[in-house]
Design a protein around this ligand. Structure first.
Ligand code: FEO
Length: 396
């Protein structure tokens, strides 16, 4: 059902509390998600984005209860990925001539997804459309935040920024606003979203925020396309994005490993204990990449200043969950993070070479020292772990 969020602005999206994964199985959504679509009823009626294609029928039926679809003057597609543009396919069967405003890149993706002859109209940064009662929609292109077609639009008078994926979180609640939900969880989920989705475009994020700051628009609310609406102190999430886009880390060291017969796990645990003995003021976290979702580990790596990666050798390479994680890290290109590698082996021990190569490709600064232990770690190996940590943490 539609929910009023401010004056003549309504949430007409879909909360999806039970969804466990996003982008296929790449991203775990522990709190579900929402696909936020907004309806503005001024002299003109405007629909901003839709919902995931899988919820199209419910979306259109609910929208029909809220408004005669023919009364929608135009639609804005801030981003055409199917979790936002997916329900257009069904909606446009009812109103095929209604204009859809999108960026130039949005034309390609909307046509590519829907193979339609809809009335698509291109807008660019600075374009304005009057919607009556003295209010305007003002467009700001945001290419690669996180798709080429991404854009924001801003509603003057109400001072609301519709930012699509940027500033969003995978979170579902009937309470739509950040001030009516546990804000710590929202911020954690926003960080996970940034780390997994926006991080490769950090430079562009920084520039876009500087551009927004120069525009100096009054800002009462930021309405993203996933999760909570930023009503209380909306600038806080802009400031967080600025912080996260600049070589971010917290006082955290993480150990990420995969193991076959627990030898690499024993090394990992000894490294963890070694760090704890030396750094009682530092958060220390340990993850088995086969047991924890990669998207969660990525958020933790994003927060860490130093990460130990460990894996045994299998067929002269590394294990598949670790390989999958490293593939994602290569794409994400976190900046100025330090890494060290370790692993157990039986015959030849190439895993460390593979780990170092992939981490270098990911942009990590790799420690010269590494730790390679043959067969099952004994007491001597355990003290080697402590020594390894001691050397690495000397100046940290
Ligand atoms: Fe939420 Fe890029 O879609």
């Amino acid at each position: 059902m539609a929910k009023n969020i401010k004056r003549n602005i309504y949430f007409v999206g879909k909360t999806d509390p039970d969804v466990l994964d996003f982008h296929g199985h790449e991203y775990t959504t522990h709190y579900g998600t929402s696909y936020n679509s907004y309806l503005i009823k001024e002299e003109k009626t405007v629909l901003i984005d839709s919902v995931k294609n899988t919820h199209a029928r419910e979306f259109v039926d609910n929208l029909k209860k809220e408004i005669d679809l023919e009364k929608i003057d135009f639609i804005v597609s801030n981003h055409s990925e199917l979790d936002h543009g997916g329900a257009f396919n069904l909606l446009m069967k009812y109103i095929p001539d209604t204009p859809i405003y999108c960026s130039a890149a949005g034309i390609n993706s909307l046509r590519g997804y829907h193979h339609s002859n809809w009335n698509l109209k291109v807008v660019k940064t600075g374009d304005r459309i009057s919607i009556g009662n003295g209010k305007e929609l003002f467009f700001i292109e945001a290419p690669l935040l996180h798709w080429p077609d991404s854009m924001f639009c801003y509603l003057s008078g109400d001072a609301v920024l519709f930012s699509n994926d940027a500033f969003g979180q995978h979170f579902s609640s009937d309470f739509l606003f950040n001030d009516s939900i546990n804000e710590e969880i929202i911020l954690d989920e926003a960080l996970k979203y940034f780390a997994n989705i926006l991080a490769p475009y950090s430079k562009l994020v920084e520039r876009k925020i500087q551009e927004l700051q120069k525009l100096d628009l009054p800002l009462d609310m930021i309405c993203p396309s996933h999760g909570a609406i930023w009503r209380k102190n909306p600038k806080q999430i802009i400031n967080k994005y600025l912080e996260w886009s600049k070589s971010y880390s917290e006082n955290q060291i993480s150990i990420v490993y995969e193991t076959m017969y627990n030898s690499t796990k024993v090394i990992a645990k000894n490294i963890e204990e070694g760090i704890r003995e030396l750094k009682d003021d530092t958060a220390v976290k340990i993850f088995n990449v086969a047991e924890i979702s990669k998207s969660d580990i990525i958020a933790e790596i994003f927060k860490s200043k130093l990460i130990f990666f460990g894996c045994p050798t299998i067929n002269r390479r590394i294990m598949s969950n670790m390989a999958g994680l490293l593939e994602l890290l290569i794409a994400l290109q976190f900046k100025t993070k330090q890494a060290a590698v370790f692993g157990s082996y039986g015959w030849s021990g190439e895993s460390l070479i593979v780990l170092e190569k992939k981490l270098r490709e990911s942009g990590f600064l790799i420690a010269e020292d590494n730790l390679k232990i043959q067969w099952r770690p004994n007491e001597e190996a355990r003290s080697e772990c402590r020594q390894f940590v001691k050397e690495l943490l000397k100046e940290k």
